[in-house]
Design a protein. Sequence first.
Length: 600
Amino acid sequence: IVGRFFFQFGMTVAFAVVISLFVAFSLTPMLSSRFLEKKEPVGDRKGPLGAAARFLSAVWKPIEKVLSYWNIFFEVVKPHYEALLAGALRKRWLGILVATLSIARAVYVTRFIGTEFMTETDQAKLAIDIDTPPGTTLAETSRRFEEVEGIVNELVEVTATYVTIGAGNDPVTQGRILVKLTDKSEREFSARQLMDSARVMLRSVPGIKYAVGRGESEGGSEKPVEVSIRGDDIEVLTQLTHRVQAVFDDVEGTTDIDNTLQEGKPEIQIDVNRKLANDLGLNLGEIAMTIRSLVEGKVVTHYKEDEEEYDVRIRLDQSFRSSKDDVGRILIRSRNKDDRDNNLLIPLERVARLDKASAIGEYNRFDRQREVRVNANVLSTAFAGTVTNLIEEQTLQMELPPGYKILPVGTAEIMRESFTNIFKALALAVIFIYLLLASLYESFTDPFSIMVSLPLSLVGAILALVGSSFSMMSLIGMVLLMGLVTKNAILLIDFVKQQRATGVSRTDAILKAGPIRLRPILMTTFAMVFGMLPLALGIGPGAELRAPMARAAIGGIISSTLLTLVVVPVVYTLIDDFVGLFRRKKPRANLAIEETGPRD
């Protein structure tokens, strides 16, 4: 799914760029030839066309007056930029220092930015999973659910609730309450904040284990943080599970911590004395089938009412199977007969020992190994990826027996794989950009000065994500930056090379190119920033998912523009000086060969 999304997104951007290139080469020049030509004054035109032209002129004048402030802004900025650029060329070390410190600052800030696979969207709903103690009856479970439902309905943002108990293969001790909320535009708190509130409110309900989340996550599990513990011995797995669960408790931001061991399920264990049972004419199969039929029941027929069909199950009355002693008094039919040729009925307690115990209710396997998973939700102030990384750091320090593994699974596993692939895409984007620029400029060194804008763009992208997280969408925005931010550097360096080709000195060419290219560079930047602004503001349903991409792109474009206008010319001069050293050394080497002559 993630790969298909990347492909569709990339193809959309690629086609849009190709179409814009075609428009720039065809439609734009044609419209410029029509709109920019000298025309007769509007007041001199006659007839209906003249009236329409005068009307449009009257409408355009106030708009033109507002737009004239752009020219005023540019005229104010231009001399300051000229002075800044000239000073940067005189003290090149200062420009490089500023760029280096900016990048170092951005790298330091990444420590305070969370990570998650996808930014969680506000879907105006909650999912409350509830477990009552093993052995709880359906009536008692329903009563607990009614109590929870009443507490949840105290939230003014709740509009409806839907309760399911024992759905599918779940026992009657498990269920879920789906809570529908008002639209996010009509409430003060987000869905994640209301989850935190619901958790606090449900603490007053005794005898239940609950988890408040949004339902199934991208990784298939119902909680965003999940760790798999794998091995062969269930006792060792149980010990490791308790240790890992303690790690979960210590990590800030985790809540609703649980595991898949299902410990503590009560049961009656029946230990049959096989020799005695055989003497009395009983065998294990008959004993097991009899107990199952009388305690669990046996479906003997079906009852149909309208469109519904019900099983008719025969079993002992509740009063005869509710305790260990009741089960012990169950009579088992023997093969031995009495004096009247009737089969003997032997009480179970005569041939077996009955003990109350608790055991693990379900065993899971992964790759033929036994597996236990520890999972948790995260608070509204935390990020699932960050919490998983902290847990993994601590579990890696644990000493494990040979053959046992502790690995993050679910959403964390998908996030790790997706992040790896997108970083590969980022590296390929940089390589392709360099190869393209090197082929166009027929130089291996000139593209380096242009590509300085790439790390400079990441400075703004990272700073724009402070308070947010690194997610798939924000990383896509960074990949998008790689193709956008080089445009400004290309505008600047290309003009410098054109001027130098006419015989202008390097410094003069830069000082001339900077102010001339300042206007189109700022126009390009403002167009992209304001075009992405509605997306960054998070307007519309599901906006939380898309907003990080726009914020990363806007921050990167702004920082790249500000630093490119000064740092790129400085880097260009440094690279040119470095290349010039080799250009000056080459003639000297040739001269030395001519003077000494070839050696035998």
